[in-house]
Design a protein around this ligand. Structure first.
Ligand code: ARG
Length: 450
């Protein structure tokens, strides 16, 4: 077969794996330093290799590095350049190492950094949510089930729900970090290496907490990438649900919020439009992140041990997931800051005349009725009201008493405020409870920074 340009294109990964250059060079320096310490190469060889690698890094960072597609990947590009710079000594760097344990190490280092970035951006978004929750502590909205108005809740309570989802996303990312924090170098191609290497030394140099226990596992698994992708998918799912709420709340029909102009776009034909494109794109990008997860699961599912070239296909989707998740977190925080709340609309919606139906049933229970019976009585009242084209709270006391002797004048004192006050249970929407959980959330956020 003739090896023409399109064959090279097919096998080459340099177009996307060049972004591993920092990890690749650091890992090479640590490996070479260890080889010298173990007297596998001389100190002079190490010096030459070290200086060469440092100058290659500078070339890359100043945009002067001569990337060559025919050299396939980041590892071969760096090594070939090292030959050009220091000659035959460059050939000693790959002693006791294979591209298989090299790439497994590089990508683990990259993943660890990505996790720390992601956690940082999640925390910034959490802080924004807490600030919004704090500033809207007096605002009531209807809580929904099945998209039907259900019970009044504080808007802050609703926002805090997302804080907790994101907190679990951080926990998932941290778990992923500890699974990733294991160094494969020293595994060689698959069986280990026949040199007196010091793996612990290299792990320490590269800030890995542990070294891998099995060379075949170390070069052939990518489950840490799957864990990142799965955790990213869950986090994006949360952001996508928030997007959906932002989109719905900003419709003319709801009118609860206004997203600032910066985060909406006009229509090319309808001049009145203020489209919530950022939230829509976040919802859409969630689909792509799921796709990347499914792609990698599928790449890995049929591979016999150990390394197979299929695994080169792990990178594009993974990099895309890291970029998309981190950018979405950044954009979201800014978008949420920019949202203003139309308190007239939220008040109007939360004072829906049917919204205290559960409270009425609870009222009957407090007078001695069983909950099931109370539920039936209030359901009947709702039917009576709707038959007259009015809401539950608009019925007069006589109509209430007709269905239960327990109803008294004080039912007319029930309000959305009293409904929320009554839910004085930890985790509930009672304003005192919400303030407490807001403080607790702030504590979680600051503790985590330590
Ligand atoms: N570019 C390759 C990858 O990302 C590096 C490992 C190559 N190993 C090999 N045996 N061809 O998977």
């Amino acid at each position: 077969m003739e090896w023409n340009h399109s064959n090279i294109k097919y096998t080459s990964s340099i177009e996307y794996d060049h972004r591993l250059y920092r990890q690749d060079i650091s890992a090479s320096i640590a490996h070479a330093r260890m080889l010298a310490k173990q007297q596998i190469i001389t100190d002079e060889d190490f010096r030459l290799i070290y200086d060469g690698l440092v100058s290659i890094k500078q070339e890359i960072e100043s945009g002067k590095f001569p990337w060559r597609e025919e050299l396939e990947d980041i590892h071969m590009n760096v090594e070939a350049r090292l030959f050009e710079k220091i000659g035959e000594t460059a050939g000693r760097l790959h002693t006791g190492r294979s591209r298989n344990d090299q790439i497994a190490t590089d990508i683990r280092m990259y993943t660890k950094e990505s996790i720390l970035d992601t956690i940082k951006h999640i925390k910034i978004l959490q802080k924004t949510l807490l600030d919004k929750a704090n500033e809207s502590i007096g605002i009531t909205i209807p809580g929904y089930t099945h998209m039907q108005r259900a019970q009044p809740v504080l808007l802050s309570h609703h926002l805090l729900a997302y804080f907790h989802m994101l907190q679990r996303d951080i926990t998932r990312m941290k778990n992923c970090f500890s699974q990733t924090d294991i160094m494969p170098l020293g595994s060689g191609a698959l069986a280990g290496v026949p040199y007196p290497i010091d793996r612990q030394f290299v792990a320490k140099e590269l800030e890995f907490s542990a070294i891998s226990d099995n060379s075949m596992d170390a070069v052939s698994d990518r489950d840490f990438l799957l864990e990142y992708s799965a955790s990213a998918s869950i986090c994006m799912m949360h952001l996508s649900r928030l997007s959906e709420e932002i989109i719905i709340w900003s419709t003319q029909e709801f009118g609860f919020i206004r997203i600032s102009d910066e985060f909406t776009t006009g229509s090319s034909i309808m001049p009145q439009k203020r489209n919530p494109d950022f939230a829509e794109l976040a919802r859409g990008k969630t689909g792509r992140i799921y796709g990347n997860l499914m792609g990698l699961l599928t790449i890995m599912k049929g591979l016999p041990l150990t390394y197979n070239r299929d695994m080169q296909e792990d990178k594009e989707g993974f990099f895309d997931t890291v970029d998309t998740l981190n950018n979405t977190l950044i954009v979201f925080s800014e978008m949420i800051k920019s949202i203003s709340i139309n308190t007239e609309r939220t008040k109007q919606a939360s004072e829906d005349p049917d919204i205290l139906a559960t409270d009425l049933a609870d009222y009957l229970v407090s007078r001695g009725e069983t909950f099931r019976k109370a539920h039936g009585i209030v359901a009947e009242l709702v039917r009576t009201a709707h038959a007259q084209n009015i809401g539950l709270s608009e019925l007069d006391l006589k109509q209430y008493s007709h269905l239960s002797q327990y109803f008294d004048l004080d039912i007319k004192k029930m309000t959305t405020e009293s409904s929320m006050m009554d839910r004085d249970v930890s985790g509930g929407t009672n304003p005192k409870q919400v303030k407490e959980s807001l403080n607790k959330a702030l504590e979680i956020l600051s503790e985590d920074n330590g």
